[in-house]
Design a protein around this ligand. Structure first.
Ligand SMILES: *Cc1c(COP(=O)(O)O)cnc(C)c1O
Length: 389
């Protein structure tokens, strides 16, 4: 088996799924060699998503911490409010190119479901979203959004009734409908070619940011930081900087209620090598070696696995992975809101929490670039509840 990322990655799925994956891989490899595909992808990123997203210098926050300059890459300004739409546009164009008329996707909190339903509406594709029954109940607003966009939302009743089971269920349904259906995966996870494909459609984040910071400041950042759930916004920022040896790269996971509790989602920090959702990567396991339920205040970081390329980048010491607790993320959420007038997604707030720790330890002429993966409108209720506790 070709693992793609050192010993990480691969295709740990039954033969019919491998066939479906091979079809996707062939189409993807052809598409990225075709200049017309690139023109189309760029067209929709510009005119539908609103790219390029700017970088923003946080003058107030920088003054407050008195160290390195803090910049944000504003993925929160994208249509639908996060980076996820970059990937759904790319994959749906590929689906169309393959002659598929239907897309299916899994979703946890509903953010990827909404991004998929949005792109499907625009491209006139039939769309069905699989969501754990418990998640559907917890995230009603996103269920309504998906339905308004014309998607069918199907509750998954098996297992934990959350994201991890929705992925398995969606893969199963895909194989039954492979003739006319494309499976649109939401993060840099799953069997090959998905992690590679999602990286390809998200790397625009880092390509833009690198050019923007060089134009603005004339130097590369000292450190770039992104939050890591499955790892798509992070790999999207990191890829263009991987060969810049002077740039430190940091991924921040959810430590939830603390690394010394069982309520966290710190896969890179506390996980072990294992197979989940068709890939060999790092996984959070329980005492019996089974995939463990994970927890974070942030639904988008609440995933027991991680993209295999992150496991690889850690193994070669190119990227450092750390974590932030709910408490630290909420503090960063409120601080950015009050200091800069930007309400960040609670996911992105994990990256911010690390940035404000790092800033005062660096000289004033250094730069920190944080990927603001999304906006926080969706999180205000959860934050309100947290503060009430
Ligand atoms: C979904 C989501 C994430 C986590 O997903 P990744 O694949 O790790 O990027 C992070 N931030 C926001 C705003 C999200 O919606």
């Amino acid at each position: 088996m070709n693992y793609e990322f050192g010993k990480f990655g691969g295709q740990f799925v039954p033969p019919p799924v491998i066939e479906a994956l091979n079809e996707v891989e062939r189409a993807f490899n052809e598409a990225i060699e075709d200049p017309i595909f690139d023109v189309e992808y760029r067209y929709y990123l510009k005119n539908f998503v609103g790219r390029p997203s700017p970088i923003y210098y946080c003058e107030n926050l920088t003054k407050k911490y008195g160290g390195a300059k803090i910049y944000l890459k504003r993925e929160d300004l994208n249509h639908t409010g996060a980076h996820k739409i970059n990937n759904t546009i790319g994959q749906i164009l590929l689906a169309k190119r393959m002659g598929k008329t239907k897309v299916i996707a899994e979703t946890g909190a509903g953010q990827h479901g909404v991004a998929t339903a949005t792109a499907a509406a625009m491209f006139g594709m039939e769309c069905e979203i699989f969501q754990g029954a418990i998640d559907m109940e917890r995230q009603k607003l996103n269920v309504f959004r998906m339905e308004m966009l014309g998607a069918k939302v199907t509750g998954v009743e098996q297992g934990t009734k959350t994201l991890a089971d929705a992925v398995d269920y969606a893969i199963g349904k895909w194989v039954e409908r492979i003739e006319d259906t494309f499976y649109l995966l939401g993060s840099a996870v799953g069997p090959h070619p998905y992690p590679t494909m999602v990286k390809y459609f998200q790397k625009v984040i880092g390509e833009e940011a690198r050019e923007q910071i060089l134009k603005e400041e004339g130097i590369l950042p000292d450190t770039i930081i992104a939050c890591v759930g499955g790892g798509s916004n992070a790999i999207g920022l990191f890829t263009e900087f991987i060969n810049d040896k002077g740039v430190k790269i940091v991924g921040v996971e959810a430590a939830g209620k603390g690394l010394d509790t069982k309520e966290h989602a710190a896969t890179m920090t506390l996980g072990k090598e294992g197979v989940i959702h068709g890939m060999n990567t790092k996984v959070v396991l329980d005492d019996d070696g089974n995939i463990s339920p994970v927890y974070s205040i942030s639904a988008g970081l609440d995933y027991p696995g991680v993209g295999p390329e992150h496991a690889f980048l850690e193994s070669i010491d190119r990227v450092q992975y750390t974590s932030a607790t709910d408490k630290e993320a909420v503090a960063a959420f409120l601080e950015l809101s009050r200091e800069e007038g930007i309400i960040p997604a609670i996911e992105s707030s994990h990256a911010l929490a690390y940035a404000v720790k790092l800033a005062p330890t660096l000289a004033k002429n250094k730069i920190i670039l944080v990927n603001l993966s999304g906006r926080g409108d969706k999180d205000v209720e959860a934050i309100e509840e947290y503060l009430d506790m």
